[in-house]
Ligand binder design. Sequence first.
Ligand code: GDP
Ligand code: MG
Length: 596
Amino acid sequence: MQSVLTPQQHDILQRERDLFTRLESVAARVDSPAHERGILARTRKQLDEFFLLVVVGEFNSGKSAFINAMLGQRFLDEGVTPTTSQIYVLGYGPQAAAELVEPFLLRVSYPVSWLQEINIVDTPGTNAVIQRHQEITEAFVPRSDLILFVTSADRPFSESERAFLELVSDWGKKVVIVINKIDILDEEAALNQVVDFVRDQASAVLGVVPRIFPVSVKLAQRAKGMTDDGSGSKTSPDGTAEFLTASRFPALESFILDTLDQQQRLRLKLESPLGVADNLHRTFSATVQKRLELLKSDFATLDDIEAQLDGYVADMRHDFQFRTSLIDNILHDVRARGDDFFEETIRMGRFFDLINGSRLRSEFERVVIADTHERIEHEVNDLIDWMIERNYRQWQEVTQHLGRRATQHGDRIVGGIGGSFDLNRKQLLQSVGRSVREVVATYDYEAESRQLSDSVRLSLTAMGAVEVGALGLGAVLLAILSRALDPLGLLAAGGIAIAGLFVLPARRRAAKNDLDAKIEAVRQRLKETLSTQFERELQRSVQEIREAVAPYTRFIRVEQDKLTLLSQELDTVALEVKQLRSQLYALDTAPPPTRA
Ligand SMILES: Nc1nc2c(ncn2[C@@H]2O[C@H](COP(=O)(O)OP(=O)(O)O)[C@@H](O)[C@H]2O)c(=O)[nH]1
Ligand SMILES: [Mg+2]
């Protein structure tokens, strides 16, 4: 083909080769099935091969008979049953020969000169009882440069023919329609009716009005002297002309042999791959879009999980404030009781108790300190239990979310997005779901809460909040009392009266202030310690959940990036197809090249 190309045609040819190389790489990246990749590879290869005129139609419409009429000899089998069971690619050869080159594909040579320019292809035909025949024929459609669609005048344009023509149109193929067996129609009116009907139907499917050739292959064969036994003995010369006219075959024959000249064939050959490119481009784009959509809802799932985690964190912080306010209340109570106590005891009436001290000390312990330590412990323990419980529930919610996603996915896969993408994604969802479920199933409340309370205790100690509860709050408060009581100081003040007037109110105020400050300091430090510990724990649990989900997150990010790139690549492919097509049209309107 190369030898007869103009520079422009040569340029288009080269660009089409590149286009198919690109499409092949896209095909590999979307795990397109082998047959699609085969089509791409063959289409590229075919750019350098003979022009392929592919004869299709239902079985028994006369395809083989038509090719025989073109050859002038009954070379192929004809018959009312589905006689042709393979693809026959007829090309030129000095003598008749056949060779199986692919499963169901015979390359046949025949010594007729026009086969040097055009290869004609006989197909098993559609709508045969043998489903395989239909598949073989359909699979060959993408390889054609021009489709000769043979329908029969006795059942023109059946439903199966419409469906098949649709497939042909999907591959962007140019179609010429042959209405065969017009010899069975008695009247010209009937023939016109059939032609009109076929034209309307075919135009509706193809979107353009195709060329239509009504013929009688049988009469043509008779005119060419092809007898049923294939011996080639001639009928009478008079009859010959009559048969030939009635067959209307010459118009079709001249279309194939003359109108389809080298430039026309070149044009069709360069255009044909663009239809294939369009078709597979649509397929690949659909795959990419479907996957992107699936990923979009994957992202939505992740966003849901993220939002849940955010809500969890916000709720926890809010509840934490409330829970620490309970501890505040306990300390507040201690302070109030302490104030009352000092108010009550540091006064003249109890001077001897003050001097003695031990009675007040035990009273202080009983009334002011009371069960503060246990109550604080209790609140801290509650806080820990609450955290553990909430953390556990958070894991459960994530499990449910992932579980739902996995089952949703199960439904979607029926839609067939195919390839390793689906497999990877499915396996990942399952394994992530499994590991999260495992956390829930093996969640050890006691161990978790033991660990957390140990660490809370440890950090309380580390932060120097030893004043709390068993950690020494009582001792601290008692120290305040001791200072208030300090009998030496009291006595040194010089007499009961003076003490009563000046020292005791000052002592009382000092004790109260001392208590206020101490309690406030304890409260602050306790809160700070618990907050730090709480935040650390909260972050850790959220982080753990995120890490469990991370492989899924990573997968969809990476896949989305890949698919976005693919989608861009497909856009440039579409653009290239469009440009090539308009360049081809531009060639049509340009003056014809000088012919050798
Ligand atoms: N009446 C009539 N019969 C034809 C004509 N062309 C072919 N046939 C017959 O139709 C039958 C099927 O032909 P064949 O070429 O095997 O059909 P294919 O299955 O499409 O290849 C054969 O019996 C042919 O003799 C025609 O123009 N008129
Ligand atoms: Mg046949």
